[in-house]
Design a protein around this ligand. Structure first.
Ligand code: FDA
Length: 408
């Protein structure tokens, strides 16, 4: 039997986007809420997000913008707390924002505004926030005075509560405080995991491609990108989505929004395919009567869609130049199917998010409550729901947090 411990209704583990939102949602209902984080301050990832301006939602958010072993799981939460609800909250706090591209909403000045919003809402809802607190274990225990409760053992002592909400995030950016604690806790209570992998992450070239392309580091252009087109690994049962965005060549491989998007779908051994001239026929001029069929004409045709250095390198990288109509058609086809087999990714140190996580089949989609342990909830990135680049991950954090916070 435990001695008398400080008692709360809800303890939220992790003061990131999901944890803070959930804490004040529960606090508004009159619940006594304790929010714990092992870091020195709250919302650290929010502060570095969106290049310091926090892409806090995407107005086009739909379940199709998320990866999960159960593609339907996110629907209920996303319908309950929508991008419009987040915009209303942002406007309530007088935060100015703008749409950058593709429905992505950013703060006009600083991501700090979003952290301040969350802190204020927590303050008004009476949430007790404690940073610099390491959570050691969580266990269930029957006490004399109450029915079964959770005991949360931490570096500053033990606490007891009716509900525990796990919002400790994924494995990306360990130096920002990411840990596998949420996964371990889930497993302790009998949950299974969908293997966590680095996602929204730059891809690394195999040595021969690095030699061929990496001196073009910094060169960027628009592509249509797709992962898992074919390759040594078994082909996918379903087709992965295509992304028409920018690719950036780096000193180790490729990055830029198009690559980050496909990285979430890519698995080791698979290819990625880039259309270097989406919806354009580039070499038609070479097929004209009297056209000069030579490398210089090829480069100048390619320069209508690619930066000069990339156009020149692509021509030089062709194994041979066949100037027949069939040869030109083949080069046109290759331009629309630049295929690489990456050696790997830059890993969790550089990944914006973690794909995979706590298996959703053991969670209630309306409340995020564990089906294995009543009173235990999982929200945000720790769950096997991962958004595309563009504000979707925060929208999932807010939405899953509200689902849990309104019942926990
Ligand atoms: P999050 O990781 O935010 O919070 C988890 C918290 O738990 C942390 O505060 C951590 O310290 C704490 N914690 C971990 N282990 C603990 C333990 N054992 N004990 C106590 N506390 C513990 N998304 C988006 O939609 N728009 C964007 O603009 C960006 N930009 C972006 C940039 C960069 C550089 C990164 C790395 C990520 C993004 N993201 C993003 C993704 C987004 O930041 C991410 O999906 C959310 O922060 C996830 O919110 P969570 O609250 O689930 O986890």
């Amino acid at each position: 039997m435990s001695p008398l411990l400080p008692e709360f209704d809800v303890i939220v583990l992790g003061a990131g986007a999901a944890g803070m939102m959930c804490a004040f949602e529960a606090g508004r209902r009159g619940r006594r809420v304790l929010l714990l984080d092992h870091g020195e301050r709250v919302g650290r990832k929010i502060l570095i997000s969106g290049g310091g301006r926090c892409n806090f939602t995407n107005v086009h958010t739909r379940a199709e913008n998320f990866l999960s072993a159960n593609p339907h799981f996110a629907k209920s939460a996303l319908a309950r707390f929508t991008p419009s609800d987040m915009i209303a909250l942002v406007e309530k706090h007088g935060i100015r924002y703008h749409e950058k591209t593709l429905g992505q909403l950013f703060c006009d000045d600083s991501a700090q505004r979003i952290v301040t919003l969350l802190e204020r809402e927590c303050g008004e809802a009476g949430v007790e926030i404690r940073c610099g607190v390491k959570v050691n274990t969580v266990r269930r225990e029957s006490t004399l005075a109450h029915a079964t409760k959770f005991i949360v053992e931490t570096s500053v002592g033990d606490f007891t509560c009716e509900s525990v909400v796990v919002a400790t995030g994924g494995l990306s950016i360990p130096k920002m405080g990411a840990t596998g604690f949420g996964y371990e806790l889930a497993q302790q209570f009998g949950h299974s995991l969908v293997e966590p992998r680095a996602a929204l992450v730059p891809l690394v070239f195999a040595p021969e491609d690095r030699e061929r392309w990496c001196d073009l580091s910094g060169v960027s252009f628009e592509v249509m990108a797709r992962a898992g087109a074919s390759g040594k690994a078994k082909s996918r049962p379903q087709t992965t989505p295509e992304f028409r965005e920018k690719l950036l060549i780096t000193h180790r491989g490729v990055s830029g929004p198009a690559v980050l998007q496909v990285s979430s779908y890519w698995k080791p051994g698979e290819q990625v395919r880039f259309d270097l001239a989406p919806s354009r026929e580039v070499l038609a001029s070479l097929l004209e009567k009297n056209a000069r069929r030579e490398p210089a004409s090829l480069v100048s045709a390619l320069r209508t869609v690619l930066p000069a250095r990339m156009a020149e390198r692509w021509v030089a990288a062709q194994p041979s130049h066949d100037w027949t109509n069939t040869g030109i058609a083949r080069m046109e086809a290759e331009l629309h199917a630049w295929t690489l087999t990456p050696a790997g990714t830059e890993g969790f140190a550089k990944a914006e998010v973690t794909v995979g996580g706590i298996d959703t089949s053991e969670l209630d989609a309306r409340t995020m409550e564990s089906r294995r342990m009543p009173g235990l909830y999982f929200i945000g990135e720790v769950v096997d729901v991962t958004g595309w680049l563009g504000g979707y991950n925060f929208q999932w954090a807010w939405a899953s947090a509200v689902s849990a916070g309104s019942v926990a």
